[in-house]
Design a protein. Structure first.
Length: 133
């Protein structure tokens, strides 16, 4: 599928919130509610999946920017669904509107940007960077 054809398309990922997803478990707070980093990861997962099937072999995307608000708490054993809607593409760059909601309503929203990379070259650069330490 042509990548430009994916503009205004959406993809959702769902999570049943468990103890390991809570702020108190991931260290982002001391309350037993869905951790913001976990909500963000679900949003990124939805965005990455939206474009993954249209990419050539050996190409993947990495997150490069995120602007999100987390506006409502979600308790354990509740379901959260993150939806990414592709707003634009500019060559290797993809911009998404992201939103997360539980059974009650929206719990977070914002924008997310990803860039396509050659997986092997990206890992080579990461390994070279690690050698600089």
């Amino acid at each position: 599928m042509e990548l430009s054809a994916l503009v205004n398309t959406s993809h959702s990922e769902t999570l049943l919130v468990k103890g390991s997803d809570l702020a108190v478990a991931v260290g982002s707070g001391d309350l037993p509610v869905l951790a913001t980093p976990r909500m963000v990861a679900l949003m990124e997962q939805a965005a990455a999946a939206l474009v993954a099937e249209a990419l050539d072999d050996g190409i993947t995307t990495v997150g490069t920017a995120l602007n999100v608000t987390h506006t409502a708490p979600t308790l354990v054993d509740r379901t959260v669904t993150a939806t990414a809607t592709r707003l634009e593409t500019d060559g290797r760059r993809f911009v998404f509107a992201v939103e997360a909601a539980d059974e009650v309503g929206v719990v977070g929203r914002g924008t997310h940007e990803r860039v396509s990379v050659k997986g092997d070259r990206f890992l080579e650069k990461a390994a070279a960077r690690a050698q600089e330490v």
